[in-house]
Ligand binder design. Sequence first.
Ligand SMILES: Cc1ncc(COP(=O)(O)O)c(C=O)c1O
Length: 1027
Amino acid sequence: MLRSRVSLTSKVILPQLTKTVRRGFVTTTRLYNSQTTDISSNQYANLYQGVKDSKINLNQPLDTFLRRHMGPSPSDTDKMLSTMGFKDLTEFVKSVIPPQILELNPLNLQAPQDGFTEQEMLKHMTQIANKNNYKVKNLIGKGYYGTILPPIIQRNVLESPEWYTSYTPYQPEISQGRLESLLNFQTVISELTGLPIANSSLLDEGTAAGEALLLSFNAHRRKKNKYIIDKRLHEQTKDVLKTRCNPFNIELIEMDCYNLEELTPILENDPQVFGCMVQYPSTDGSIIANETLTRISDLLHAKKNTFTMVADIMALTLLKPPSEFDADIALGSTQRFGVPMGMGGPHAAYFAVTDKLSRKIPGRIVGISKDRLNKPALRLALQTREQHIKRDKATSNICTAQALLANIAANYVVYHGPQGIKNIAKRIYGLTTVLAETIKKGGIHKLTNDSWFDTLTIELNEKYTSEDFLKLAFEKYNVNIFANDSKSVTLSIDETVTTEDIEILTKLFNEGETLEIDFNQIPELPQEVQRTDEFLQQEVFNAHHSETAMLRYLHRLQSRDLSLANSMIPLGSCTMKLNSTVEMMPISWPQFANLHPFQPSEQISGFLELADSLEKDLASITGFDSISLQPNSGAQGEYTGLSVIKKYLDDAGQSHRNICLIPVSAHGTNPASAAMCGLKVVPVACLPNGSLDLVDLNAKAEKHNDSLAAIMITYPSTYGLYEPGVKEAIETVHSHGGQVYLDGANMNAQLGLTSPGFLGADVCHLNLHKTFAIPHGGGGPGVGAIGVRKHLTPFLPTNSIAPPPTATTKSISAVSSATYGNALVLPISYSFIKMLGNKGLPFASIMAMLNANYMRSRLEKYYKILFVNKENGIDHCAHEFIIDLREYKEKHVEAIDIAKRLQDYGFHAPTLAFPVPGTLMVEPTESENLEELDRFVDAMISIKGEIDAFIGGEGKGNVLKNAPHSLEDIVSSTDWETRGYSRELAAYPLPYLKYNKFWPMVTRLDDTYGDMHLICSCPTVEEVSEE
Ligand SMILES: Cc1ncc(COP(=O)(O)O)c(C=O)c1O
């Protein structure tokens, strides 16, 4: 199976387009282009083709995308420009972006000049998709299995904007639905592993294993440096562990953990060992003996070391749970609970720990707290442990995770119930056993594992090589299996496998002979490995098994949550833009969903063509030479980019360089990622006007001249400003031998207008789940693709099973389990770029800036806008701006009061307290129209009146402190006489709310109570009945 994927040199095949002058293709390259990008209002109007335009042209398609993606129409644009004193978009852009930053060379995208129409896009996508062999039965296994996504969940969760467009549930009052679902996920994990605390997902099995490694390492304050792994871990997990070990000089010792004679001495006597990880069942399919697990655990615990089990979630429904072996950590993937293989991701990894480790668990935990009315309510517990607080002391950089996929997995269990999932597992085991017996009976090949759940490893008859056998399996039986080496193969049975498939496999392993198979006997796992406890007895897992019941349950949950389907979510630094239906559709097509990440490259040429073209487009947009799509979140992109820099420095004999400069305004994941790469973080000051302090930067760069490895800069800055001095800062760092990492979370202000490459950076990450239209999913999935300059290209991450075309002997090892990370969501970004096209894409940034500046200009009459004001001499923000509420603190009005009150007005709050405590950062994106912008501004103006009332001692000001108001509060509370304001004011402060009201499910939550009383799985029936 070890092979390199061939780079596709062929161009994207574009569908037949109507022959108009406007719909041609870019032929010139970007660097030597004498043309400049047309960013005028006139050009916007040309591309927009409004529905109100009565003139049609028979050559002109009527389903163009740009006007569906952008909020402001050309006439609204003119209105907005004129309120700010501009006549044209060109003039506006030139006054917002400093001249030394603006770069108007046309983009060189593999796309029509003004983008595909929606129907052209779907046609094009179908052509690409059909190049993938998605009908072959993928029994490759190795952590990725066929599964059946129940159609009710596909349509009502995966394909429902109410689930996929919501944000991470930081505002719990308007997120109770997905918080309940994530609590269900945690409960499933906690019950199946037997461990009391589970988080609400990590990125994938490999990175979760990386988190376990570092948690174990930190438990001994990094004083011990040897970690044992069983040789039967999946290869991709070993790869990620290797990457994570590097910066800390941790020695990863691969051993046969089944062999206690070999293992015991090292666990007993080597003082440097801090933990051990085994897989259950192992990658070859065998199940490590109970006594061996218990012995390993005892030996580790005798030295206060940590025991981690990577456990298959489906197998855990039948096998004894990790808790029975005193495991400290259990982790794995929940992909096979209904989430398509999707070429390797996105899937939710799980991570569960003992009580002792509850405050050390990475990622987010949903906990139970109570609201103002003492009603139980859910929230993200221990939020203050986030990287924003701990910065470089943080032990994990995980931010965006896999919430949407965790919700799918949780709902899979809700729908099937405990017996349902057990039956699925029993069937898998039964069919595997039947197959094992026929292989043994046939006697041609040798089954090498004597225990299994779903995976069999077979040593081939000497007549065959693995290569021949895989060819035979594919060509004659339409099945893909895995080659371990030249003489042995592995295959895994999954939920989708039928008795007919087993008959086919029997023929494969018996040289075409059909053996008699008895499907009537139901084999059972040996008694000693079977779990005997009852699990998932909570009502939620035993109540929604009919489609009607499930539909209503899903609907009930989604109606408790505010998503983009309700109103704008103006979260600064999060870019909650349209995730269009056309962009989303291909992710549920089997042509993409059924692909296995280790499927031979010739079977996935459509996907590879898409990835190659997306990489080229992103290279053009970033001004870089190469792209890696492997990192599966923004923070992962940071980690990858810095690891690439480190490897480059090592290669250049500069390993001693270990200082990473990071401005104090940086997102918390920046210092956390730097620390995870073994870099020492040195903060750089910012000036009172928000800009980078270049004097401080110079001094720090000078001081660390010999040890400077890198600087991490966010551009436009996390304050939403186009700092004019960024190029100078970059030059300074380069002149001291450092590399420049640009955090591209704010790429939505750069598309076609400037680029990290143009600014002089060496590497950047892009949050495709922000700028490039992948939905936020309520907390993931994400893609943190990185772009690099040529000198860093050889170091981009590889994957030992399926290396990407960029792989070289210098590549860093894998940063996530699959070569293309969260591959299944890549069609979304691909379509976003291709539908806007070379001419349209820059307008995404321009409209984002226009919307932000329009809102800012209206709000500055009522609120202080941080940094963008007359005193600072800064007239415009980039694509986001900060409302400064700190002056009200001494009058006892906090930013959180305004954030909560916005919920009563039907809005999700802007980003609270980042990057400056006591502020709200507003980012409207380009997809919001003038009406929605005004509605938000009007709400904020109305709230200003309430702030004044509170400060002035008027009773009606209390409405801020009690916000948000749930329906229950309005109807049932008995203290209305004493509140000083009416129910009407609480619920309907502005007229539009009478028509369009979103009710928060609960009132304001008690954060402290939630953190002090950590309950993070569903209460059991007994607990409920005791109450
Ligand atoms: C500036 C910045 N950098 C990095 C990140 C981390 O991205 P992710 O959440 O995908 O890990 C974020 C996320 O909000 C961000 O705003």
